[in-house]
Design a protein around this ligand. Structure first.
Ligand SMILES: NC(=O)c1ccc[n+]([C@@H]2O[C@H](COP(=O)([O-])OP(=O)(O)OC[C@H]3O[C@@H](n4cnc5c(N)ncnc54)[C@H](O)[C@@H]3O)[C@@H](O)[C@H]2O)c1
Length: 305
């Protein structure tokens, strides 16, 4: 049932947050041996809990058989030691904070720890791997692998080369992605934001501006989107899931690159972050969780007063 690319069997995921835990679980479901590393012990404990419930969801949805529950979770080993997690890895996927210098430091460390043939990938949403590759001695074995959430429901990954990524590296990761049931989409030229995120960014930027300029409420932006596009949530609901601090960090990368003041994250985001309202993960963002207003059946029937 499962096709294997044995050359990339041992996977290390660095960063056990929102994306890292999903990437690791997808690899474990498709029979990879996974080691995860995070600097925070509490992030690892939360990761363990979240992976168990993500797996339960997949079992309920009939994607994974219930008998495999423990076997899959046992494939994932959690540690705070980067050496322990990365020393034997065939493929390392980094999913830590969206900060160029922090990522470069990590890749510098990985380059020392990992065997020379290990492929190093970044899940960054907005940093091109060419901005990271000079921190290593192996630019031919580096690339962007941009997974989107929830991986098991939106199974595609955008693959993008740096300045020196080899055909062999790209092909190995392409096959690996297919073998974990995630469709690899090749980004043919370096592009900050890849493909989908560039489309999403335009929507997100305009949505934030509409509210920042007092033109619409977040709820009404989401209502119009949900009715028109027939989606279960709108841009603000999605930003809450991503995390408003993560959204701000991503917007900052675009802003630093363009220098265009209209690309700076709007005050609306800064205000929310200052109040600790980061979205689903803190129980409040543009909506209140666990039962956000947009999930109520009446949401689409009434506009904001
Ligand atoms: N949130 C999304 O929807 C989304 C989607 C696609 C890509 N991404 C990208 O994935 C990456 C991770 O995003 P996230 O939302 O999972 O973030 P997150 O904040 O949920 O998790 C990041 C984790 O990394 C850990 N960490 C920070 N520095 C570390 C280090 N040096 N070594 C080990 N662990 C470290 C933190 O403790 C935290 O647990 C970012 O680059 C982001 O741009 C995010």
């Amino acid at each position: 049932m499962i096709s294997h690319n044995d050359s990339l069997h041992d996977v290390c995921v660095v960063g056990a947050g929102f994306m890292g835990r999903q990437i690791a679980l997808q690899c474990a479901v498709y029979e990879r041996s996974v080691k995860m590393c995070d600097i925070s012990e509490s992030a690892l404990r939360l990761c363990e809990k979240e992976q168990a419930s993500l797996l339960e969801e997949q079992i309920k949805a009939g994607i994974v058989s219930a008998e495999r529950y423990q076997e899959i979770l046992d494939r994932i080993h959690l540690t705070t030691s980067l050496e322990e997690a990365a020393a034997d890895a065939d493929l390392v996927i980094e999913a830590i904070k969206e900060d160029l210098e922090v990522k470069r430091d990590l890749f510098r460390a990985l380059d020392k720890i990992c065997p020379t043939n290990t492929i190093l990938a970044t899940n960054s949403s907005s940093l091109r791997v060419s901005r990271i590759e000079t921190a290593t001695s192996r630019p031919d074995r580096l690339l962007n692998t941009h997974f989107v959430q929830p991986i098991w429901k939106h199974p595609f990954v955008e693959l993008m080369r740096g300045t020196a990524t080899s055909d062999k590296t790209l092909e190995a990761v392409r096959q690996f992605s297919q073998s974990i049931s995630v469709v690899p989409i090749l980004v043919r030229r370096e592009s900050t934001g890849f493909i989908f995120a560039r489309i999403w960014r335009a929507v997100k930027k305009e949505s934030l501006l509409l509210v920042d300029q007092g033109i619409a409420t977040p709820e009404d932006v989401d209502r119009t989107w949900m009715i028109q596009m027939e989606t279960p949530m709108g841009p603000f609901g999605l930003m809450d899931i991503i995390g408003l601090d993560v959204v701000r960090d991503i917007e900052n990368v675009y802003y630093e690159e363009s220098g265009d003041p209209s690309d700076a994250p709007p005050k609306l985001l800064a205000d929310k972050i200052e109040k600790g309202e980061l979205g689903v993960k803190t129980g409040k963002g543009f909506y209140i969780y666990p039962d956000p207003q947009y999930k109520q059946p009446s949401f689409l029937l009434e506009a904001s007063p």
